[in-house]
Design a protein around this ligand. Structure first.
Ligand code: BTN
Length: 261
């Protein structure tokens, strides 16, 4: 059960909700949307008892991490994928602005620092009782604690470890929520190509040999491009035609020393 510390408005029509403990900030927003109409909100919690990760994983959420979820009704002509992509770019940009840290993106939307995962993003699509489609984007950022991930592909790293000082998680949550909501407001059809270019410029996945595990199997090959739909285009090792994957877990593989170039 959520304990609600305070409610406030951080901007026009935006509800800023700070929770002490909740099962999951994503689930919290989902129930608000199911019982509401148009829910534009940013929710943080000090800790989560049932944090959700991608691919049905658990996101362990002790105090010290940033647990932030944002929701907005979908904009006309803006594909849902734009919302988590914009959030990932905003988070990388903010962490560079605040701490001069060179964040990179691992497909689909993990943030990595020095090759290690520092932040994960879980996006969901939910319809309100009146049928309005909403995006929910949940961000888990290792701030003062490193989360040990179930996902064996990823080693955690956390801000306090790198910067050798404590991070004001509340302030970081406010800044990130404000940036993301402002940028979501500006999304339109024409933004998609810009987002794709920004994602590619920050990518630590493209032009690498990767392994992507999807619910339908595993693909190994070179990540050659990001499609306009934000799928990862892979040239498979087996010489088959290009494959486009829209979901999965991705890891970089070391170049095979025996491989012919
Ligand atoms: C991933 O698997 O990499 C995505 C992790 C997303 C975790 C965040 S923490 C805030 C929000 N609430 C959740 O239950 N999950 C997301």
């Amino acid at each position: 059960m959520a304990s609600e510390a305070k409610h406030g408005e951080t901007g026009e029509n935006i509800k800023r909700i700070r929770l002490e403990t909740v099962d999951s900030t994503n689930r919290y927003l989902k129930s608000r949307i199911l019982e509401g109409d148009r829910v534009r909100a940013a929710v943080t919690a000090v800790n989560q008892t049932g944090g959700k990760g991608r691919m049905n994983r658990v996101w362990r959420s002790p105090p010290g991490g940033l647990y932030l979820s944002l929701s907005t009704p979908l904009a006309e002509n803006v594909p849902p994928v734009a919302f988590p992509v914009q959030a990932a770019i905003a988070a990388a940009t903010l962490l560079y602005r605040e701490f001069e840290l060179p964040l990179r993106l691992k497909w689909p939307n993990d943030l990595q620092l020095y090759g290690q995962k520092i932040c994960g993003i879980l996006s969901e699509l939910v319809h309100s009782s009146s049928g309005i489609a909403h995006a929910i984007v949940g961000i888990g950022l290792n701030a003062n604690a490193g989360i040990v991930l179930d996902d064996a592909f990823n080693k955690p790293i956390w801000l306090a470890k790198v910067l050798a000082r404590e991070i004001d998680v509340d302030r970081l949550g406010d800044l990130l929520a404000a940036d993301i909501l402002a940028q979501w407001d500006r999304l339109d059809e024409a933004s998609m190509e810009t987002l794709r270019e920004q994602w590619k410029a920050l990518s630590d996945t493209l032009n690498r040999r990767v392994e992507v595990r999807t619910l339908r199997g595993t693909i190994r090959g070179v990540a050659v491009d990001l499609s306009p739909e934000f799928e990862l285009r892979i040239r498979p090792d087996d010489g088959g035609p290009l494959v486009a994957v829209c979901e999965g877990d991705c890891r970089s593989l070391r170049p095979d020393p025996w491989e012919k170039t």
